[in-house]
Design a protein around this ligand. Sequence first.
Ligand code: HEC
Length: 117
Amino acid sequence: MKQLPATLATAVVAMVFSTSALATIDVEAAKDLTQQNNCMQCHGVKKDKDGPSFLKTAERLRGKAGAEEEVLKHLTSGKKIKLADGSTEEHKIVKTIPPKDMAQMKNLAKYILSIQP
Ligand code: HEC
């Protein structure tokens, strides 16, 4: 967290580039966001934990209409989830700086959908 400003500056610059150029995915920015939000506590890129792996989500949704919107919904709505120990809690809502930055959220959703086996 100490390096946050530098990381964010990089992410913002990268984001501007990625959205203005070819709408390619900024993998590093997406990974940074998952680190900052502790997503990997419950999701593996390829391994299931409490939540499904990003790969599983990608394989379920890739190429389907509305795939990005469905992922975004998970990132923003805080729906009730069930953990392996049987307890329930609200799914984490992704925090971005600045708050609710849709460009960063969309980049993260695209990244999740891009995971390959
Ligand atoms: C406390 C554990 C936990 C944390 C932290 C967490 N998730 Fe989840 N997540 C889950 C569980 C459990 C599900 C499955 C919920 C369901 O389908 O009802 C889920 C579902 C999802 C889904 C939908 C998967 C699908 O195939 O439908 C996405 C995308 C997702 N999480 C992304 C994230 C991201 C990004 C973060 C970080 C901001 C995050 N999660 C943080 C537990 C967690």
